[in-house]
Design a protein around this ligand. Structure first.
Ligand SMILES: Cc1cc2nc3c(=O)[nH]c(=O)nc-3n(C[C@H](O)[C@H](O)[C@H](O)COP(=O)(O)O)c2cc1C
Length: 272
């Protein structure tokens, strides 16, 4: 169980010569910035020595340029990424085998690069490996889920879940070697008010799942309902609201997933 709050990622590593055109690496520090529209101040990460625009208000740096590719190479890369993402599946039967925690940390780093409303970065990622904490999470989640499946879900919701074969038992919360609990961070004495918190955290979770998949790890996007108990079990402050719980591991031997389909592209893609 974490005993202290993680430090917000205010400063970034200094860029190397490849990003700055050979200039000396720059020092990055946090600077107080006014958060617009809410009438309160928050600390946003900006670089102290970044170039400053004419009105001396907005520090800037060169926009990063992607690799110089031909059109065909761009299409091929996008297609290859889509093909890899198509092989991601929610795996509910996870092995107990350990996974490299550094891969999980790197995936969190990818998630934390997500865009966010006003760059407030309203997320926290708690990586749980302690078996006793995982057991407590399982017990609390199953209590909520029994209530959900037994009473709260309703016929329509249960009908939608039926093809997935899900139920109130959540053994994966203990068998998965790692649980990543993603929390949405709201305003407090130390945290600024977030803007578009759900959209921001949702994008971050998308990157998290993609990065873990790229690392060859299986994930399960889990939302025990309600999941307020996670804040307490993890000893997090009240302004951190559980968003999703992601067990991470390897598929158990013989694990199977529901044979579901994706909507065809021409159904989800509209070009105007
Ligand atoms: C926001 C969200 C919440 C979800 N909650 C659960 C959950 O609580 N339990 C579960 O077994 N699967 C959950 N899922 C997984 C979905 O059922 C799954 O993504 C969907 O059936 C598609 O399958 P796939 O991920 O294997 O492609 C959730 C997915 C999302 C995006």
């Amino acid at each position: 169980m974490p005993t202290s709050s993680p430090v917000r990622p205010r400063a970034r590593p200094a860029p190397g010569p490849d990003r700055t055109g050979g200039v000396e690496p720059r020092r990055h520090v946090a600077r107080r910035c006014t958060v617009p529209a809410a009438g309160r101040r928050g600390t946003l990460p900006v670089r102290e020595d970044a170039a400053v625009s004419a009105d001396d208000a907005i520090p800037t740096e060169p926009a990063p340029r992607g690799p110089d590719l031909t059109d065909a190479e761009r299409v091929a890369r996008a297609r290859a990424f889509a093909d890899r993402m198509r092989t991601r599946r929610t795996v509910r039967d996870l092995a107990r085998d350990p996974v490299p925690l550094d891969a999980v940390r790197e995936a969190v780093r990818a998630a934390a690069s997500a865009p966010s409303g006003a760059n407030v970065q309203p997320w926290r990622f708690v990586v749980v490996t302690d078996p006793a904490v995982r057991r407590r999470i399982r017990e609390a989640a199953e209590a909520e889920e029994r209530e959900f499946y037994g009473r709260r879900a309703g016929e329509e919701w249960l009908g939608a879940l039926a093809p997935l074969g899900t139920g109130a038992d959540k053994p994966f919360l203990e068998t998965a070697p790692v649980l990543v609990v993603v929390l949405e961070v709201h305003a407090s004495d130390t945290e600024p008010k977030p803007y578009y918190a759900k959209e921001s955290v949702g994008i971050a979770v998308g990157l998290l799942l993609a990065a873990l998949h790229e690392a060859g790890l299986a994930t399960l996007t889990h939302t025990p309902s309600p999941m307020r108990f996670l804040t307490e079990v993890l000893g997090r402050p009240r302004n951190e609201r559980p968003f999703v719980l992601v067990p991470v591991g390897l598929p158990a031997p013989g694990a199977r997933v529901p044979a579901i389909t994706r909507k065809p592209l021409d159904e989800v893609l509209v070009e105007v």
